[in-house]
Design a protein around this ligand. Structure first.
Ligand SMILES: [Zn+2]
Length: 360
């Protein structure tokens, strides 16, 4: 066996063993909570942010592009060799194995460097909240609360003629929100900010993402091509992923707490609007009369923003988005998010439980 072949075999065995370890450990939620999510992971993620935070572009996006190109290149090579009359089967299949090893590496890296957070106990456990069934009157009361907050923030911003946030201001305001939140909940500790504007902005509009976290580099990404008033909350949501909240509803909840603790009113507005839209959607499903009654009371400026967001979504709606949504839905279901894409919505349950406990 040549040295290269021996190395390749050793790598495959190591990756398979690690994949087996991930499979085995994912059932031990308490172990993951105490040793991974609040032990190893925060140190690792914080170091990555320290290392790459100042880099003015997203290294993660470059890595993603290289990985996708490498996998595609190997698949093309396989197809070409398939039709070559003299190549042996060993030679024909080699690029396919290479592509499989790359994907296995990505899988293992992904879970060891972040994905295991899907299997932690999470915010429910840390805050002593119970996100379960809630009554209609609790949902109405939450909607009324959010209506007041969102209207109030919009009035202030319109009065100050302050409606657009620059990216440096947005990222700074999000960081300030986390620093403030930490006073109340020390475990929501965030240092060494590393937030980047996505290199795939326009593509992202068609695919349908507003932001994402890259576990390979610890960078958080914001799609800066979406309406400006949406971006501040997306920033806080992605930062929640950076500190180990993998679940979408938890990232929404932690992001909401951080954004509403930020001293910047536009940041607060963005969070109240986003969360209002989730909770009014839930109310509409159970009581459309009550939801209409509340929507009517929205400030005209807020209504304008909601229309802008809707028009934007319609403009970029394509078949690609349906595919990526279906894929992401499947992915979330595989990772303990039993409602798939609809699990973003579960933030309403966190809000009801949190209001009951903390009475903001
Ligand atoms: Zn997310």
């Amino acid at each position: 066996m040549s040295f290269q072949k021996a190395m390749r075999t050793a790598l495959v065995i190591a990756l398979l063993l690690l994949a087996l370890f991930i499979y085995f450990i994912s059932g031990y939620h308490q172990w993951i909570e105490s040793n991974y999510s609040t032990g190893f992971f925060p140190k690792l993620a914080s170091s990555l942010r320290w290392l790459l935070g100042a880099l003015p572009f997203s290294l993660g996006d470059v890595i993603y592009s290289v990985v996708v190109a490498a996998v595609l290149w190997n698949i093309i090579k396989f197809i070409i060799r398939l039709f070559h009359p003299k190549d042996s089967w060993g030679k024909k299949l080699y690029p396919l194995f290479t592509a499989a090893i790359i994907l296995l590496f990505v899988y293992v890296y992904f879970y060891l460097f972040w994905g295991l957070n899907y299997y932690r106990k999470g915010i429910e456990y840390q805050l002593g909240l119970q996100n379960g069934q809630f009554q209609k009157k609790e949902l109405i009361s939450l909607n009324q609360y959010l209506l007041e907050q969102v209207n109030h923030r919009k009035e202030i911003c319109l009065q100050k003629k302050d409606t657009v946030m620059s990216h440096p201001r947005m990222y700074k305001a999000a960081y300030a929100g986390y620093r403030e939140l930490e006073q109340q909940y020390p475990f929501l500790h965030y240092r060494n900010s590393s937030i980047k504007s996505s290199l795939f902005g326009r593509l992202g509009n068609y695919v349908g993402f507003q932001g994402y976290y890259n576990p390979f580099t610890g960078e958080a990404h914001v799609n800066t091509r979406i309406p400006n008033f949406v971006q501040p909350f997306v920033t806080c949501h992605e930062m929640a992923h950076q500190i180990g909240y993998a679940s979408e509803s938890e990232a929404n909840f932690v992001g909401f707490l951080a954004a509403t603790n930020s001293p910047d009113t536009l940041m607060q507005y963005s969070a109240y609007l986003d969360i209002f839209l989730y909770s009014i959607g839930n109310l509409r499903a159970v009581d459309s009369v009550a939801s209409k009654e509340i929507t009517k009371q929205l400030n005209e400026g807020v209504k304008r923003d909601i229309r802008t967001e809707r028009e934007f979504a319609l403009k970029y709606r394509t078949f690609i988005e349906n595919w990526t949504n279906a894929f992401y839905d499947f992915y979330l279901r595989q990772n303990r998010q039993r409602k798939g894409i609809a699990s973003y919505n579960e933030v309403t349950g966190w809000l009801v439980a949190w209001r009951k406990k903390e009475k903001p």
